[in-house]
Design a protein around this ligand. Structure first.
Ligand code: GLC
Length: 633
């Protein structure tokens, strides 16, 4: 059953496709109050209740015991103590009771942080829709919620191939070296990413002539090798006279404004940029069309970035900070004086003051950015998605975004942003997967090997062994980090063994993905969904159910030969490595499972089968007609 409760006049977010009629608010079942203009409601939690949801948020699958915020944030330190990351996915479940808050400004979710047995949810305003969905089982609640928000994006099949990225492959020679490196090591590969340096001075919808002369020919050449090049697009448009995208945007008044109607200007990669007001239909149409510059040259995949939006500084903020620094020249700064100065500079990026000084135009009126902050990235992605669908039809273009709001799941995937080459981030990725699936985001994954800092060989291999199962399987790393391409480590054969397993599983994974999208199901489920009465399964945060047939349990620690795995029923362990498969039937219970660095453990339920094809160097070369089945007897 779904009930909708409307308060005030909610801003249209496009999250819900067809809205059920609102119930009278007097029937809203939770204790609530208005406090400092915020709507606050609370509910109690029994000792053993599990709280699921919030999509791409930090910490566990069970969200209890922490405080989270829905506020899309450009934050490259995904530590345990963070409250928000890039997305705002306002769907929460207490057991099988679902709550979706359709509200594009800040929401604070205190899930037993202040009082262990109480959840207190603070909506920063009084114009919103709350949907309550009650079913007997969490999976049914998810299905009903997903039907409400519409079918999840399906990418083209090749987007399930292995993808290599780095900030940045600076020119065509660098890209060619990557492809040659993979080919020489016999490691399959489908995509190479173009990070910001492919552009001419970080200007969206340009390609540097010196880095990629005759880009269209180059793209065609790569396509002939069955390689897709995937360029990045950033939200901000460089302010520069003579740059047509900027000039059109300014002339037509398409950029976000300040209170006095001037264009809001902030600094990102290219220096000062204008931020397209993606919340307006005509701006979306204009920006969406711009992707054509690249699709006309044969590009068929994109990643949208910096769309929280990330703002390194505003002119005003920078002026203040520099003024403050100048006024302190020659001063003997004590502890508080020095830290105050330091904080002034640290506080320049993504500052609340800046966000509060941005205005959008909605229905002809000015709306402060803080009221719609969480829609910005979603609307950028919608701009691209609407253009792609109209120009190419469904399932033709790969796209994923950094910032997102529920609704964007219909036109795009997401990636989990700037993680670290930390062992704990294997688990963070694992835990985000079911939560993102609950919120409709099926095409997703983390930067495998970790984005920030140097990765070790064993970390990359273990990360990839989880990535074998994530729809987006991309190795990406930051500027200045050591080479992280699979062939740059010793014994690349181990990497081949892992990535070949992915290619062998593509038919199964793609099919599982498609069914999940069409039937509003999850690809990854917490064990507690499937075994609600099993105490150990209910607490398990290091394994996931995959599809109907499988369970995964990646190794997530260094210097170990394996890990303990809990089997909630009898299953067969298949160790997959390159074209090798070994099988070990196991009984329900806890087992120490060994897995070499070149092995992917997969647990299959008794009686179930998983198809495997022969590996190939590209998805386009896979033989999808002839399958071998591994069957758990
Ligand atoms: C952001 C993105 C990252 C990218 C970098 C440069 O940090 O999250 O993936 O490499 O910008 O474009």
């Amino acid at each position: 059953m779904i009930q909708r409760f409307t308060m005030g006049r909610p801003i249209e977010t496009d999250a819900v496709l067809s809205k059920p009629r609102s119930s009278d608010f007097s029937a809203f079942p939770y204790d609530h109050r208005i406090e400092n203009n915020a709507f606050v409601f609370t509910f109690g939690m029994e000792k053993d209740d599990i709280v699921y949801g919030l999509g791409e948020a930090p910490r566990g699958i069970n969200k209890r015991g922490w405080i989270y915020q829905s506020y899309c944030s450009d934050d490259p330190f995904h530590t345990e103590t963070k409250q928000s990351l890039y997305a705002a996915h306002n769907f929460l479940m207490l057991g099988s009771s679902g709550i979706f808050i359709d509200f594009p400004a800040r929401i604070v979710w205190d899930i037993g942080y202040t009082k262990a047995d109480t959840a207190e949810i603070r909506i920063d305003g009084q114009d919103f829709d709350i949907y309550l969905i009650t079913r007997d089982k969490p999976a049914d609640t998810v299905r009903e919620f997903r039907a409400l928000i519409g079918q999840s994006y399906i990418p083209p099949l090749w987007a399930f191939g292995f993808q290599q990225s780095r900030w940045s492959y600076h020119n065509s020679e660098a890209v060619d070296r990557v492809i040659a490196g993979y080919d020489a090591a016999d490691i399959p590969l489908d995509c190479v990413y173009l990070d910001i340096d492919y552009m001419e001075r970080y200007k969206d919808f340009t390609v540097s002539e010196t880095a990629f002369p005759d880009f269209a020919r180059y793209v065609a050449e790569k396509r002939a090798q069955n390689i897709h090049l995937i360029p990045i697009i950033d939200a901000g448009v460089k302010k520069e006279d003579g740059y047509s995208v900027y000039e059109e945007g300014r002339r037509n008044g398409y950029f976000c404004k300040t209170a006095d109607g001037a264009d809001f200007e902030g600094g990102v990669w290219p220096g000062i940029v204008g931020f397209p007001d993606f919340l307006r239909r005509e701006v979306r149409e204009w920006f969406g069309e711009k992707y054509r510059f690249l699709t006309d040259m044969g590009i068929d995949g994109f990643w949208n970035d910096m769309n929280e939006p990330a703002i390194f500084y505003s002119e005003k903020g920078l002026r203040n900070a520099l003024g403050k620094a100048a006024s302190l020249q020659g001063e003997n700064l004590d502890l508080s004086g020095f830290f105050a100065l330091k904080d002034t500079f640290l506080g320049l990026s993504n500052s609340q003051d800046d966000y509060a000084s941005i205005y959008h135009t909605i229905d002809g009126g000015q709306v402060n950015h803080q009221k719609v902050h969480n829609l910005y990235g979603a609307c950028m992605t919608r701009a691209a998605g609407e253009y792609f669908e109209q120009a190419f039809g469904k399932e033709k273009i790969l796209m994923f975004s950094r910032a997102s709001y529920i609704g964007a799941h219909r036109s795009s995937g997401i990636w989990f942003g700037d993680n670290h080459s930390w062992w704990s981030h294997i688990l963070l990725c694992l835990r985000m997967l079911p939560s993102a699936n609950m919120c409709g985001f099926l095409y997703c994954g983390a930067d495998l090997g970790g984005f920030n800092e140097n990765a070790t060989r064993d970390l990359v291999l273990r990360f990839l062994a989880l990535g074998v199962f994530t729809p987006l399987m991309r190795n990406h790393s930051a500027l200045g980090t050591r080479d992280q391409e699979c062939y740059s480590f010793e014994n690349p054969g181990d990497f081949r063994d892992i990535i070949q397993v992915r290619y062998r599983l593509i038919p199964y994974l793609y099919d599982t993905f498609r069914r999940a999208s069409e039937n509003n199901e999850m690809i990854f489920r917490p064990l507690s969904f499937d075994y609600p009465d099993d105490k150990i399964a209910r607490e398990c945060e290091t394994q996931l159910m995959l599809g109907e047939e499988c369970m995964i349990a990646p190794v997530y620690e260094q210097n170990v030969n394996g890990r303990y795995v809990y089997l909630p029923e009898d299953m067969t362990l298949f160790r997959l490595s390159g074209e090798n498969v070994s099988e070990t039937p196991l009984k329900k219970g806890v087992h120490y499972i060994e897995a070499a660095l070149n092995e992917v453990p997969l647990f299959v339920k008794k009686g179930a089968s998983v198809p495997l094809c022969r590996p190939a160097m590209r998805t386009a070369l896979l033989d999808l007609e002839h399958m071998e089945y591994i069957t758990a007897k």
